[in-house]
Design a protein around this ligand. Structure first.
Ligand code: ZN
Length: 162
């Protein structure tokens, strides 16, 4: 177990060696993610396990936990958004560059986890819910990170009258 994230690594070597990494990374070191945040104070916790699966393919498995400062899209006020991401990635062969930045993997996973429209829980939001037009959309549905498009599943195209 290593707490130091190597900058650029050969992912196949890490997987052959079944290496694991666990530690914390500052949000200020994630410029792409920081662009979407109100503040990049704080850090994220990560764990990454590198190994080979039963078919000998190199894979990275891990989890990332963070509390991100974002803007509530209902009242436009700041809010703390707890994010927990679990991921599993296959390492693809044939890349020109056979090195990988594990810090970028962590940053990518957090960017993917950001909801399209983060919303305060209704009781904490300063906007009066009577004022919004989409009162039938549950804020929890929008915030569910496993499938940010789950809310779309409920929207059916109108039936044609024929
Ligand atoms: Zn709000």
């Amino acid at each position: 177990m290593s707490s130091e994230l190597p900058d650029r690594v050969d992912p196949f070597r890490l997987c052959d060696g079944a290496q694991s990494f666990e530690g914390r990374l500052k949000l200020a070191e994630m410029p792409r993610l920081s662009e979407a945040l109100v503040s990049n104070d704080g850090a994220v916790s990560y764990r990454i396990d590198c190994d080979r699966d039963e078919r000998r393919r190199a894979r990275l498995r891990g989890s990332v936990d963070a509390e991100l400062a974002v803007v509530c899209q209902r009242c436009m006020g700041p809010m703390r958004l707890p994010v927990h991401v679990e991921f599993q990635l296959a390492v693809v062969t044939g890349q020109d560059e056979a090195t990988l930045s594990l810090a970028s993997v962590i940053e990518d996973e957090l960017i993917l986890a950001l909801p399209v429209a983060p919303l305060h829980p209704i009781e904490e939001c300063s906007e009066d819910p009577a004022d919004w037009s989409l009162t039938d959309i549950e804020p929890d549905t929008v915030l569910q990170r496993e499938n940010p498009f789950a809310v779309l599943a409920g929207i059916k195209s109108p039936k044609k009258d024929d």
